[in-house]
Design a protein around this ligand. Structure first.
Ligand code: HEC
Length: 177
């Protein structure tokens, strides 16, 4: 945590604005979980930096890049990164909506049944989508400008594969009912 990081690209479970306080154990989402976002993507805003601080930090980091890269290059880099944040958060939402159907149908036990939403095998597949695939895509966009790693090796391709597998799993379970 410092004065140059605006977005926390490590998604829990969505990428979100940086926390105000480095002690992230204080954060609670609207379900009372120690997470900075809800499962539908709404941020736990009272624990996260506001618009002004967000804009200030973004400018401070961009000033560092501008000492070597041109203005249009830096703008392009941020546009791509923001696009990756949007699309990976949207994929996390899609996966989480499928998972909520799975919990609702009782094919896995989540918060509504007083159980951990993270411990069953299908829940781990869902977790891998935001914890590994979405985060890998974002790190690749932020640090390397994208490329092979962010698409094929660890990024969007494994992400879309796992979302499809999660959906197929739900369809198969429904057919058994
Ligand atoms: C001290 C100078 C310097 C600073 C400061 C700097 N860069 Fe770079 N950056 C470079 C150089 C040199 C390259 C390599 C260019 C090349 O290979 O043609 C590079 C390459 C990159 C690449 C890879 C581009 C590609 O097409 O492969 C990315 C991404 C990148 N920088 C992002 C950033 C970001 C984001 C910042 C600010 C947080 C930043 N850089 C700050 C000098 C710098």
């Amino acid at each position: 945590m410092n004065d140059r990081l605006s977005t926390r690209i490590f998604g829990l479970i969505y990428a979100h604005r940086q926390p105000k306080n480095p002690d992230t154990t204080l954060i609670r989402n609207s379900a009372g979980l120690q997470l900075p976002t809800d499962f539908d993507g709404a941020p736990a805003s009272q624990y996260l930096i506001d618009d002004a601080e967000f804009a200030k930090r973004q400018k401070t980091l961009q000033a560092v890049c501008l000492s070597c890269h041109s203005l249009s290059w830096v703008k392009g880099h941020w546009q791509r990164l923001e696009h990756t944040i949007e699309t990976t958060n949207a994929a996390t939402r899609t996966a989480t909506d499928i998972m909520r159907d799975i919990w609702k149908k009782g094919y896995a036990s989540g918060l509504e049944r007083g159980a951990s939403p993270f411990d069953e095998s299908i829940e781990k597949k869902w977790s891998a989508i935001w914890l590994f695939d979405a985060n890998n895509s974002r790190f690749a966009s932020a640090m390397a400008g994208g490329g092979d790693y962010g698409v094929y090796a660890e990024g969007r391709f494994p992400l879309s594969t796992r979302v499809a597998e999660l959906n197929e799993w739900l369809i198969r379970q429904r057919k058994k009912d």
